[in-house]
Design a protein around this ligand. Structure first.
Ligand SMILES: [Zn+2]
Length: 178
């Protein structure tokens, strides 16, 4: 009988990358602009890290500066190409419709998320379109996996510094029926 050598499974890599992007994102809590959103892009086959980014909407005064969108922009610049085929993106939170559409356009193999849009919605406003739904409606294939390490990613939203920042974001929910 031969005993298989323990190999790093996809699940192990997913959790390793999610933990990493979570810790990276938590570093913003020590800055004047704390955010719960971070993204990391890695080579799908080797797991080699390519780029990471956090949400910079307030910092850059740009409503599209979501972590996932910035990570894709930086990754394409770094690789000097528009396709991210062969790469996987890890996000601390399920990508919004804009970021998921962008991930599909970029040709990412896979998107793995931590907290869900519903988790995030209990702290701040969201667009309630599941990432899987965006992917399903696309002609291009992009796998969506998650939640992975959901509880850990949710702690990014409940951290006291983040809770304080949420209060200053002052983005109100629309009134019912409007
Ligand atoms: Zn987004």
């Amino acid at each position: 009988m031969t005993i298989a050598k323990p190999t790093r499974t996809k699940r192990m890599l997913d959790e390793e990358c999610m933990r990493e992007v979570c810790l990276f994102t938590a570093r913003t809590f020590k800055t004047s602009h704390p955010v719960p959103y971070g993204a990391l892009i890695v080579n799908t086959r080797t797991g080699k890290r390519l780029i990471r980014a956090t949400n910079a909407v307030v910092r850059e005064k740009d409503p599209s500066s979501h972590a996932e969108l910035r990570a894709v922009r930086l990754a394409c610049k770094k690789l000097k190409r528009v396709s991210l085929a062969g790469y996987t993106m890890y996000s601390t939170c399920e990508p919004c419709a804009m970021c998921m559409a962008n991930a599909v356009w970029a040709g990412l193999d896979r998107v793995v998320f931590g907290a869900t849009i519903a988790d995030a919605a209990s702290h701040c406003v969201q667009i309630h379109v599941p990432a899987r739904q965006v992917a399903r409606h696309a002609d291009m294939a992009c796998l969506v996996d998650g939640p992975v390490l959901r509880k850990l990613c949710c702690t990014l939203f409940t951290h006291p510094n983040m809770q304080r920042a949420f209060r200053s974001w002052k983005v109100g929910k629309r009134k019912p029926g409007k």
